[in-house]
Design a protein around this ligand. Structure first.
Ligand SMILES: Nc1ncnc2c1ncn2[C@@H]1O[C@H](COP(=O)(O)OP(=O)(O)O)[C@@H](O)[C@H]1O
Ligand SMILES: [Mg+2]
Length: 287
């Protein structure tokens, strides 16, 4: 049987745990992430998503419970390098993630720190730049690039580390729709190559690519399932102050008025098909 690549076991985490005013950000969270998963994490601001993500690569250690990455406990300091070589993170603001003054040097920075030898380093940087369509701008200064390009530089840096898992923590938040699609394309492509992708997002249509969704609230996992299973629980999602994709919203409204339309349609294609089907059926009934 396949082992989980990340295992979160009954984790509770408090910021300022040692002070009189601890802030509990995770409560008894358990979660198995399997190799090749495309996991989406949603939940409104402050629900604990980033805190959980930071446990995946030992940026934070549990106050109670354990996190294992490929079986390695994140609490043991001597596991940190192996863990960071397994789980890469892309954060919200590309400007905070860029460290070098030339794109290709920035992409080389992460793997260099993992001790990748020069020849292999060059190959990895070329490969990562190709995958993120940045080869043409490799000699440019990152701060002169567009937001979407900068975020792709950050992603290329993580790709070049060849981690088995990549976590996107609201990595599309500051981007325009085109930049967002660029990042999503890269994430999809990475997942289709067998990488484990974990995406934290506010944009519900981005969740549709995932094979699994978890919904967080108050530091706990309150719902989990496939996008299909999650998005048909529209009323519960609204109570958690979460949106549903526009197509799902439309389908849900239509399903209450038009016989034959299901309430849990996810894509534009499915919804269009259902509307056409219902229209045909109606026409048939009249004539
Ligand atoms: N560095 C920090 N110090 C103290 N409290 C924090 C810190 N970071 C986050 N928190 C608190 O932890 C809770 C969860 O935050 P976070 O994981 O950032 O949520 P999300 O990513 O879902 O918005 C919130 O109550 C937040 O205020
Ligand atoms: Mg966050």
């Amino acid at each position: 049987m396949t082992e989980p690549i990340i295992q979160v076991k009954d984790v509770t985490f408090a910021y300022n745990a040692e002070t009189p005013n601890p802030i509990t950000a995770l409560r008894n969270v358990s979660l198995d992430i399997m190799p090749g998963d495309y996991l989406a994490i949603v939940g409104h601001n402050g629900s604990g998503k980033s805190t959980l993500a930071k446990h995946f690569n030992a940026l934070l250690q549990p106050t109670e419970g354990d996190v294992f990455v490929k079986g390695l406990n994140t609490k043991q300091i001597d596991n940190t390098l192996a863990i960071r070589s397994t789980v890469g993170m892309v954060f919200q603001n590309p400007d905070n993630q860029i460290v070098a003054t030339v794109v290709e040097e920035d992409v080389a920075f992460g793997p260099e720190n993992l001790g990748v030898p020069p020849n292999e380093l060059r190959e990895r940087v070329d490969w990562a730049l190709r995958l993120t369509s940045l080869t043409d701008v490799r000699k440019r200064a990152p701060h002169l690039l567009s937001g979407g390009q900068k975020q792709r530089v950050a992603i290329a840096g993580v790709l070049a580390m060849k981690t088995a898992v990549v976590v996107f923590d609201e990595a599309t938040a500051y981007l325009d729709p085109v930049g967002r699609d660029d990042v999503l394309d890269v994430a999809r492509d990475m997942n289709s190559r067998g990488l484990t992708v974990i995406t934290i997002t506010h944009f519900m249509h981005e969740v549709l690519d995932a094979n699994r969704v978890i919904v967080m609230e108050g530091g706990q996992i309150v719902m989990q399932g496939t996008p299909q299973e999650i998005f048909c629980r529209i009323d519960e999602l609204r109570e958690l102050q979460l949106d549903v994709p526009q197509t799902t919203d439309l389908a849900s409204r239509l399903s209450k008025r038009v016989p034959g339309i299901r309430g849990n349609l996810l894509t534009v294609e499915e919804t269009a098909e259902a509307i056409l089907g219902a229209a045909r059926a109606r026409k048939g009934a009249v004539t």
